[in-house]
Design a protein around this ligand. Structure first.
Ligand code: NAP
Length: 329
């Protein structure tokens, strides 16, 4: 395993992490038994970073992760989130970074995870109705109380990060970023107020803040098993407007060209997606979501090889072709 420093915290986290949304049961094909094996397998391969959130499975993902890691809790990094209130539907309609809500949510998360502390506590989405200074003040108090170790952000723009970083030590920003979505305008129809590659990466690199790319496999599109016609009825990806219409067609064409490059190395597409990401600036840990132990092994095996400079250039050409029709998605 390769490890990289999280922000300027001095903590080393594995460059391949695991995204635990899938543990919540909102994705096609999740089996609880396999999910438990996937977390164990990840740990035995040196993965120490597990990303989760209260909303994943409406509390179920935190519960399951907490159960599985209880025997080796201190050896790993749990990254959870705060600030999305949910009423059992996705996407949630309410952001809430009020001090009262943060105080309430941390207790719920600690209980579900069965732990006394969360290593990285991330503000899930900016909440424009709250004064960020007050939200961060509570986060700093939680740090002093030992309930969290580091503060992270998610989906924050550069001006918002800049303001936050003046008030508290910010370790990371988690953003939508993958080889098909380099400067995406929206996520599940929610407008994004940042341009990932153009703005966030250079800012984070300059300020020693980790970038944690979410949906690094474009919700499975950068794998060989993506099958948009065979998802369960309640699969969260059915609520992603990109997976229909022109965006999908253009990206399918890019995917087939990327597959050819991967097959030149005798490797699956998913490993190309990982290796492209870990060659980008400020990327610290790549949290592909999975509940499958074989996929964990395959993802970690991407570290056995690397892309050549000329193939990195070729990928750049492929993914910066025709502009993507994202507006209105
Ligand atoms: N901060 C935010 O706002 C935010 C938003 C979205 C996600 N996230 C975080 O980011 C994590 C990852 O993003 P994501 O879950 O949206 O999408 P993703 O990681 O891009 O893709 C997940 C999909 O890829 C499949 N997959 C993983 N490894 C594979 C392999 N080796 N071969 C074939 N298929 C593979 C998974 O299926 P299997 O389960 O079958 O492996 C799953 O269907 C989430 O789990 C969550 O922790 C954060």
């Amino acid at each position: 395993m390769e490890y990289r420093e999280l922000g300027d915290t001095g903590e080393e986290v594995s460059v391949i992490g695991v995204g635990c949304w899938q543990l919540g049961g909102n994705w096609t094909g999740m089996s609880r038994k396999e999910a438990v094996r996937a977390i164990d397998e990840a740990r035995s391969l040196g993965v120490n970073f597990f990303d989760v959130a209260p909303i994943y499975g409406f509390g179920e993902a935190e519960k399951l992760l907490g159960e599985v890691v209880s025997d080796f809790r201190e050896d790993i990094f749990i990254a959870s989130k705060v600030g999305l209130r949910w009423q059992h539907k996705f996407p949630p309609e309410q952001r809430d970074l009020s001090p009262e809500n943060i105080r309430w949510e941390i207790e719920q998360s600690l209980k579900r995870l069965g732990t006394d502390y969360i290593d990285l506590y991330q503000f899930h989405w900016p909440d424009h109705n709250e004064d960020i200074e007050k939200s961060l003040e509570v986060a700093r108090e939680l740090k002093k109380e030992g309930k969290i170790r580091y503060i992270g952000l998610s989906n924050f723009s550069v001006p918002e990060m800049d303001r936050a970083n003046e008030i508290a030590d910010i370790a990371s920003n988690q953003i939508l970023y993958n080889a098909l979505e380099r400067n995406p305008l929206q996520y599940h129809g929610i407008p994004l107020e940042y341009r990932a590659e153009r703005e966030i990466l250079p800012y984070c690199q300059e300020n020693d803040i980790s970038v944690i790319p979410y949906s690094p496999l474009c919700q499975g599109m950068l794998t060989d098993k993506f099958d948009v016609d065979n998802w369960d009825e309640d699969d969260v990806r059915n609520a992603n407007p990109k997976f229909s219409g022109d965006w999908l067609k253009i990206c399918q064409n890019r995917v087939s060209q990327l597959k050819e490059i991967a097959s030149g190395y005798g490797r699956p597409l998913v490993q190309l997606a990982f290796n492209w990401l870990r060659n980008q600036p400020a990327i610290t840990t790549i949290i592909a979501g999975t509940s499958d132990p074989d996929h964990v092994r395959e993802n970690v095996a991407s570290l056995e090889w690397d892309l050549s400079e000329s193939d990195l250039d070729k990928i750049d050409e492929i993914v910066s072709g025709e502009p993507l029709p994202e507006e209105g998605c």
